[in-house]
Structure formats: structure tokens, C-alpha cells
Design a protein around this ligand. Structure first.
Ligand code: TYM
Length: 344
């Protein structure tokens, strides 16, 4: 088996309303991983245009995600932080992968079905082909580890299928070009911890999402302490006290969600949270959750607001990051072209 050096890659869409789910499911993990791995974090603006975008809002959202990365603790000097559209190799490799992936594979993608809804005929071709671009994002760096929330699991499996099929279809040429048995690694999804799927605060059966029409369904990273407090107080719960054991959360999705959020924010397990709060009612638990959420998220929101005002700094981070990313990505495209038999 070919051994690939460990490299972390992940991306976040600049589509507005970065929320607690994005933070706990992804960004917190990025911050942890930067201590043990070389990392590349991408603001995936090419993905954002698979649905309609207002150009001025898009620009502001790209800066906002970048500000969130830095405010949360990612170091753009040590690691690479950039926006996808400044590295054309993502789109170039995505085209190659469009010719590797099978229509049947894409037809199974649940996120496309959800996003396209009933009016599938009217969805963009880009929205359908989204997962091949996502595979290209990861594999253009030959990244080995990808921290994401649970909702991205199926896309990661597809990226692995594409890597595998490319390696198999072109095995002879890969070997002839001197790359050994495999050119692409099989990227490993990192979906860990108590908050891999943060649910809506209004409905424990729905994922917390940027596009939910109710702002009370999510805590945005830019919410001020008073707004965070109001949203937690209004969060849907049932009328029972909190259980002392994990099993007591079964069939209590809203309770389970708030306990998971608390556990993740406080770096604890759900069992630890329940051993502290088991038997207590929701009003005292929610009060503790408000304090914790404000303590952890308040400084990030303030720092994001400060950074967002410094557009020149943010744009320079993205430009520098893109140059560094391109150095890696352009080498991959050279290799891929040679493997495919293109003249260059
Ligand atoms: P996006 O922008 O929707 O979300 C960014 C990250 O946040 C995670 N996430 C959640 N985690 C827990 N609970 C939730 N409610 C929740 N909502 C979102 C997502 O799983 C994700 O990790 N397709 C990706 C972006 C992408 C990407 C990539 C990721 C493009 N290319 C390559 C990794 C590698 C997306 O739309 O994420």
C-alpha cells in the first residue's frame, strides 16, 4: 500500500449565518487538529454558487467565514486558509472527477435530494455535481483526513469511491508515471465527539441549519450574549427533569440535543453532563447552558466583528493562503494530466 503523509483538509460554505452546528461539528475540530497536523482550511465559495447568491452578500460571507476561522483560533500563518475560487485547480480536477464518478453514485446523494426538493428539474447542474467538486477539494491536496459533521459522511464516502476508481482505472499509467500503486489516498472522515449533528433548537428532529427560516432554531456565531440567552431560554424541551443516565435521553431529542451541546462546549462527555445535572429541571440546566455558551462563543463573536472590519487583512490572508494552496494543487494537476495522457 502506498503511504501518504497525513494532511488535514476541510471546507465551510460562505452562505451566511455560521452557527453552533458549524462551530461544534467542524470548526472546533479544525482548531484542535492544527496542533497535531498540517492543515488546509478552505472557504468553499465555488460550492456556494450552486444555489443563487447575491454577489455583495457572497463577498461579505467569504470574509465572515475567514474571520470565524481566525477568531476561533486557527493560525493562518502556520496553516493554509484560503478561498476556493482563487485556486482554479479545484474546478479542473472536479471536471476529471465528473468523468470518473458514475451518475448512479450521484443519484444516491441525499443532500442533493433535500436541497433540490420537489423542483429537481430546476436545480442547477452544479448542485447535482457538487460532490465531485468536494472530492476534488480534498484530493487536489491528496489530503488524508477530513474533519466534518455527520451530514457530510455520504459525500466523503463518494470521495473515497472516486479516489479508488481513479487509482484502479489508471493503475497502469500511475505505475508508469512513477507514482507506485495509488495516486490518491482514501481520505478518512473525522466525525467525532458529542456534537457531530447539532439539531434545531425549535425541533429536535431537524438539523440546525443556515437556511432555517426561524432564527430561533440556531445560535449564530455573531449573536450577542442577550440573543444567545433568549434563544437558549426559548429552546424547545419536554416537561420531565433531566435523566441521570444516557439511556434516559432516548426518545427525548430536544433534551439530548441540549445535553450534547453542553458536553461539546465544555469538552465533556454526555454522561459527565448528566451526572452533574441528572434530576435537575430544564430551567436550571438552561441557565448553566446560557453561561457556558456566552463564555465560549461571546469572545469569538466579538473577534469576528473586529476582524470583519479589517477587510484588507482578511483579503491578504486569503490571497497568501491561495498562493500556498496553489503550489500544491498545481503539482497534483500536472501529475493527473500526465496520468490521463494529456500533452502538457
Ligand atoms: P457546510 O458549509 O454546510 O458546513 C460546514 C461544516 O459544518 C458541519 N455542520 C454541522 N455539524 C454538526 N451539526 C450541524 N447541524 C451542522 N451543520 C453543518 C458540516 O458537516 C461541515 O463540516 N459540503 C460541505 C463543505 C465542503 C467540504 C469540502 C467539507 C466543500 N468541500 C471538502 C470538507 C471537505 C458543506 O456544505 O459544509
Amino acid at each position: 500500500m502506498t503511504k501518504f503523509p497525513e494532511l488535514v483538509f476541510s471546507g465551510v460554505q460562505p452562505t451566511g449565518n455560521l452557527h453552533l452546528g458549524n462551530y461544534l461539528g467542524a470548526i472546533v475540530k479544525f482548531v484542535e487538529l492544527q496542533n497535531s497536523h498540517q492543515c488546509i482550511f478552505c472557504v468553499v465559495d465555488l460550492h456556494a454558487i450552486t444555489v443563487a447568491q447575491n454577489p455583495n452578500e457572497l463577498k461579505s460571507n467569504i470574509r465572515e467565514v475567514t474571520a470565524a476561522f481566525i477568531a476561533a483560533g486557527i493560525d493562518p500563518e502556520k496553516h493554509i486558509v484560503f478561498n476556493q475560487s482563487q485556486v482554479p485547480e479545484h474546478a479542473e480536477l472536479a471536471w476529471v472527477f465528473n468523468c470518473v464518478a458514475r451518475i448512479g453514485w450521484l443519484n444516491r446523494m441525499t443532500q442533493f435530494k433535500e436541497k433540490a426538493g420537489k423542483d429537481r428539474e430546476n436545480a442547477s447542474v452544479g448542485l447535482y455535481a457538487y460532490p465531485t467538486l468536494m472530492a476534488a477539494d480534498i484530493l487536489v491536496y491528496r489530503a488524508t483526513h477530513v474533519p466534518v459533521g455527520e451530514d457530510q459522511k455520504q459525500h466523503l464516502e463518494l470521495a473515497r469511491d472516486i479516489a479508488q476508481k481513479f487509482n484502479t482505472d489508471f493503475s497502469q499509467s500511475i505505475a508508469d508515471s512513477g507514482f507506485g500503486e495509488a495516486y490518491f489516498p482514501m481520505p478518512i472522515p473525522l466525525i467525532q465527539g458529542p456534537a457531530t449533528r447539532v439539531m434545531s433548537l425549535r425541533d429536535g428532529s431537524k438539523k440546525m441549519s443556515k437556511s432555517d427560516t426561524s432564527d430561533y432554531s440556531r445560535i449564530n456565531l455573531t449573536d450577542d450574549p442577550e440573543t444567545i440567552a433568549q434563544k437558549v431560554r426559548k429552546a424547545k424541551t419536554d416537561s420531565d427533569a433531566l435523566p441521570s443516565e444516557i439511556e434516559g435521553l432516548i426518545k427525548r431529542p430536544e433534551a439530548e440535543n441540549l445535553v450534547s451541546i453542553f458536553a461539546s462546549l465544555n469538552n465533556q462527555s454526555k454522561a459527565d453532563v448528566l451526572s452533574d445535572f441528572g434530576g435537575k429541571n430544564f430551567s436550571s440546566f438552561k441557565a448553566a447552558l446560557v453561561d457556558l455558551a456566552v463564555l465560549k462563543l461571546g469572545p469569538i463573536g466579538l473577534e469576528m466583528a473586529r476582524l470583519k472590519k479589517d477587510e484588507a487583512y482578511i483579503d491578504q490572508v486569503l490571497s497568501k493562503g491561495s498562493h500556498r494552496a496553489r503550489e500544491i494543487a498545481s503539482q497534483t494537476m500536472k501529475d493527473v494530466k500526465s496520468i490521463l495522457g494529456f500533452i502538457q
